[in-house]
Design a protein around this ligand. Structure first.
Ligand code: PEP
Length: 251
């Protein structure tokens, strides 16, 4: 089955000035990406500047997180209704957000529901920890994250599933320089797709990205791996040349 290929650069809490974010985003406009949906996810304070820098290009803007409510007494948070003026979509469930804000599967599902209801696209992150992999619990953890998370997204909001992609991000591989092997990624993604199907979702149609220490050197292996439809890239997405090599690998 042919699925869209997507590469998203997650800038995390970088860069530290809006002017720099604007300059980085301008540079991304020139990244050749025919056949690949290309997006960048800057910090929320830089969304407006980055959206401006990318206006008129087909490089998409994503938020790194979104709140599950539309508005109200949620200090420090950003809602999907606010984001839709600035962003094409939002990442939800990133392990750093789960870690720092205590998000569980139900809350990530609520965030995804809110984003989809507002018309945004969603990159839904999940993945096992190092300890879970060591205890051979990876498959069970992934299946649970699909069941209690992705499958808990409001079905009306999810509609035909056209606006969601899943990102398999083993926590032990994020920012560590120790990427999963393409075989490990393919095996995990097969488990994810099987569980999506068991939950009545279009497991074969939903794109699944791999994330975790993707570099210009290893991207081509992931692009060839069974079931990998793209990459969610952290550290390497801040480097123009390297990010361009990653995007090129998925073209
Ligand atoms: C991420 O932030 O989603 C990520 C995968 O980071 P890195 O590429 O730096 O491992």
């Amino acid at each position: 089955m042919s699925r869209r290929r997507t590469v998203i650069g997650n800038w995390k809490m970088n860069p530290t000035t809006i002017a720099e974010a604007f300059t980085l985003a301008r540079a991304r406009r020139g990244t050749p990406h025919q056949g690949v949906e290309l997006g960048i996810a800057p910090p929320s304070v830089a969304l407006s500047a980055v959206a401006g820098a990318l206006r008129g290009s087909d490089v998409l803007v994503f938020a790194q997180d979104v709140h599950w409510e539309e508005k109200g007494a949620y200090t420090g948070q950003v809602s999907a209704l606010m984001l839709r003026e600035l962003a094409h979509g939002a990442i939800v469930g990133h392990s750093e957000v789960r870690r720092d804000q205590g998000d569980d599967d139900a809350r990530v599902a609520a965030k995804a529901t809110a984003a989809l209801r507002a018309g945004l696209h969603v990159i839904y992150c999940l993945g096992e920890s190092y300890d879970q992999r060591e205890r051979r619990e990876t498959d069970a953890v992934l299946a649970r994250q699909v069941r209690d998370g992705v499958a808990a997204i409001d079905r009306g909001a999810l509609a035909d599933g056209e606006r969601i992609a899943v990102a398999y991000e083993p926590i032990w591989a994020i920012g560590t320089g120790e990427a999963a092997t393409p075989d490990q990624a393919a095996a995990a993604i097969a488990v994810l797709r099987a569980e999506l199907r068991r939950c009545g979702l279009e497991g074969d149609a939903i794109p699944v990205l791999y994330g975790g220490s993707v570099t210009g050197d290893n991207a081509a292996e992931f692009a060839r791996a069974e079931g990998v439809d793209g990459a969610l890239v952290g550290g390497a997405s801040l480097k123009q040349e390297e990010f361009a090599r990653i995007v090129a690998a998925f073209r």
